[in-house]
Every structure is written in C-alpha cells, then in structure tokens.
Design a protein around this ligand. Structure first.
Ligand code: SF4
Length: 417
C-alpha cells in the first residue's frame, strides 16, 4: 500500500506533517482536501475542520486523514459489515476502515439513518435534543437529508450504537430503512405550505410508514423499495426518477381559473407575455388565446404544471383531486436508469378508506414482486423483464390507455429543462 505523501509522525498515527509534531493544531495537514475549499461554494471540508477543531474528536481527525490518504492513493478504504440495534435488522450503515492499522482513529465510522417527520417539519426542541444526543455519542456530523429521505447521523462506533439509539428513541426518533426492505420514503411540504397540493401526502406518508414498519426495520424482500410522495405534478421529491413507487398528486377535471386574478396578471404582464410565457410553452397546445384571455382544453392538458407555475394566483388544480401511481423509477442498477411508468392514472385519496385501499394495492404489488422478482432486482426491473402485461395481470390492475409500456429512461432531462 502506497504511503501518504509527505507522511511524518504525529501522535498516534502517520499524518501529513514533515516535522515531529502538529504544534497547536488539532488537525493534521490535508493539502488535497484543502483544494476543495477553493471556489465559490461551501465545502464539506470547511465544515469538517470547524467541527473537529471545536469538538476535538479524534474520529473526525482520523476521517480527514483517511480521506486525504484516499485522494493521494486514488482508492477508497471503507468496507461494510453488520451493526444493528435490538429487534432491528436495518437502519445502521456500516463503515469499517481497511487501513485501521495506519489510521486507528477512523477505524469505525458508521451511519445511523433516522426517520424524518413527513414533509421535513421539525420543532426546534426535537432538533436540539437530536443534536445533543448525537454530539454525545457520535461525531456530530449530520446530513439533512440523504437520498432515502433519512436524517443521516454520520460517524459512530459500534459499541455506542445501541445506547445512542435508546436515547434517541426515548425522544421519539426511530431508525430509518436500509437493506432489502421498505425504505423511509420522502414527502414534499405538501398541503402544509403549498397551494398546489392535490392530496394530503404527509398523512399518506405517515400511514405508509406505520403500515410497513415491520418490513422497514426487518428487511425481507428481494431488494429495496422506495416510496416518494409528491403532492402535485411539480414532483418536488423527484419521485418519478428516484422511487419505485411514485405517488404524485393530480386532478381529473378542468384547471380552476380565477378570472379577476387572470385579468390582473394580463394587465400587469401584457398579452404578449401571456402568449410567449404561457400559451406557446404549453407542451400539448392545450391553451388558446381567446378574447384577450385564455381558454384551456382540459382533455389535452397533461398536467405538466407549467401554466399553473407561471400564474399561481390565477390558475390552480381542478377540484376532483387524487393521486397517480407511477412505478419503477431508479438510478443505475442492472438495466440502467429508469423513470417510473404510469400504472394507476387516478385514485382518490381523501379518506381513511382511500388510504386503506391504497395500502392494499401496494401490498398486492409487493407480493407480486416478492414472488416474481429475482434477487437484487428492483420492481421496475422485474416489470421490464417480464413485461407490463404480465405485471398488470399478476396484480389484477385493469389495462388503461394512459399506462406507458416503455419508461422514459433519462431522468436528467428534468434537471436540464
Ligand atoms: Fe398545458 Fe401544462 Fe397548463 Fe396543462 S398544465 S394546460 S399541459 S401548460
């Protein structure tokens, strides 16, 4: 194994110092990492340094040294393992160092995934308690939030995990999902703060977590499965690209038009703006100019949200609201990147009965996948392999003209446009 550049001797392990000590500085020199602090953007390196100098936690110094060593040798040195808490089979992502003889301070740096509140609404008291407990047992580093939606508490040793979890659990926090089971899920701000919300995605998220809590803590399926709950087709959780089950708010009837607000918008911005910023940018040409105002042909509207986003006071989703369920979105795995395919075009989601019907449907879908999927195969990959027809027949979902057989497979178009 190649030695770190300029390795010298400092305390308990090799560091980047050429001299015989580190002076008053707690951290060892990290010239490669320091490069990441250049430029206009905030850098995680700066945050690491500030936290390490303030808390004097050797683990943080060790992780910095290991990362610097990785940058020099162009190799990663973390490996997995298994760490859980009593009664759980998931929730802690392990990180053991392969070079602990060289940098013993970073020999373990596990991550605890903590379930966030739906919509990511917290009160400050809970956040303070979380931070205090984490600083006591772990590194103090928190990521808000990981791709799975979890709060990521990064950097703890195995023998502290159980006690840390018990303390967090006493305060109402629970571990998130990991492994081949239900994942924690993500929801956007929804009706709590957004006027475009078409269903109570926060309630559905909470009920889905409760319904699948056993499979979340004790993985038992072929592979992972992720929900994301976006309350309108703007899809602020990126559900279509990044979840197996994308639950997206939508409406069935006509877009609601507030005529006085529309008139005000046109008076302020002009008819040219109406034509150039709204009418001409409707992807399906569903809007026409009529008597200096606009007319929307509902059957041509594909709920892209463009016109509603441009004039949110004048236009709002229709009154008959509910969800669409898309399936199979995911990042690169066996068959590459996929966006979700529309499976259920519309389902009402207002009452507890509606939510129960939704859970039953999802259970059917997961049962089919559990029976027919291969090991380590996401549900979209299973559908892709056997065909949409077989999937629909297997789950007992009616064929609908709106279902798309071939998912769009470049999720980056959203980032670009
Ligand atoms: Fe056109 Fe999109 Fe507005 Fe529908 S939501 S009318 S498709 S711009």
């Amino acid at each position: 194994m190649e030695e770190a550049k300029g390795a010298g001797s400092c305390g308990s392990h090799q560091c980047g110092h050429s001299g015989g000590g580190c002076g008053d500085k707690f951290l060892n020199p990290t010239p490669m990492l320091d490069e990441l602090e250049n430029g206009p953007w905030p850098s995680f390196v700066g945050g690491f340094k500030e936290l390490a100098e303030r808390t004097k936690k050797p683990m943080l110094r060790g992780v910095m040294d290991q990362l610097e060593y990785s940058y020099n040798t162009k190799m990663g040195y973390w490996k997995g393992g298994l760490v859980t808490v009593d009664g759980y089979g998931a929730g802690v992502i392990t990180r053991y160092s392969m070079i602990k003889d060289k940098i013993p301070e970073a020999s373990e740096f596990h991550t605890m995934r903590i379930q966030p509140a739906p919509g990511l609404h917290y009160n400050t008291e809970m956040l303070r308690e979380l931070c205090d407990i984490w600083e006591e047992y772990g590194s103090g580093i928190i990521t808000l939030h990981g791709q799975t939606g979890d709060i990521m508490l990064q950097g703890i040793e195995q023998d502290k995990v159980q006690e840390c979890f018990d303390r967090l659990n006493e305060k109402g926090w629970d571990l998130g999902g990991a492994g081949a089971g239900m994942r924690t899920a993500v929801s956007c701000a929804g009706p709590a703060r957004c006027e475009q919300a078409c269903y109570d995605n926060l309630e559905l998220h909470l009920q889905a977590l409760r319904h699948f809590v056993s499979q979340l803590h004790r993985p038992e399926w072929n592979y992972k499965i992720k929900f994301k709950f976006s309350a309108c087709p703007n899809d602020c959780t990126n559900a279509i690209m990044r979840s197996d089950l994308a639950v997206i708010g939508t409406w069935k009837d006509a877009i609601q038009v507030d005529e006085p607000a529309l008139k005000e918008w046109i008076e302020k911005n002009g008819v040219d703006a109406l034509v150039n910023q709204v009418i001409n940018l409707c992807p399906t040409r569903a809007i026409t100019l009529e008597n200096g105002g606009m007319k929307i042909e509902t059957r041509d509207c594909v709920r892209c949200m463009h016109c509603l986003n441009v004039m949110p006071k004048a236009l709002s989703p229709g009154k008959e609201r509910g969800i669409s369920l898309l399936m199979g979105g995911k990042n690169t795995l066996k068959v590459g990147v996929n966006m979700g395919s529309l499976i259920i075009p519309f389902m009402k989601m207002e009452t507890d009965e509606d939510r129960e019907a939704f859970m039953e449907l999802v259970e059917e879908i997961i049962d089919w996948w559990d029976d027919n999927g291969l090991d380590h195969e996401r549900i979209g990959e299973s559908i892709e392999r056997v065909g949409l027809k077989q999937f629909l027949e297997g789950v007992g979902i009616e064929v609908d003209i709106n279902q798309v057989a071939r998912p769009r497979d470049n999720p980056y178009f959203k980032a670009k446009y």
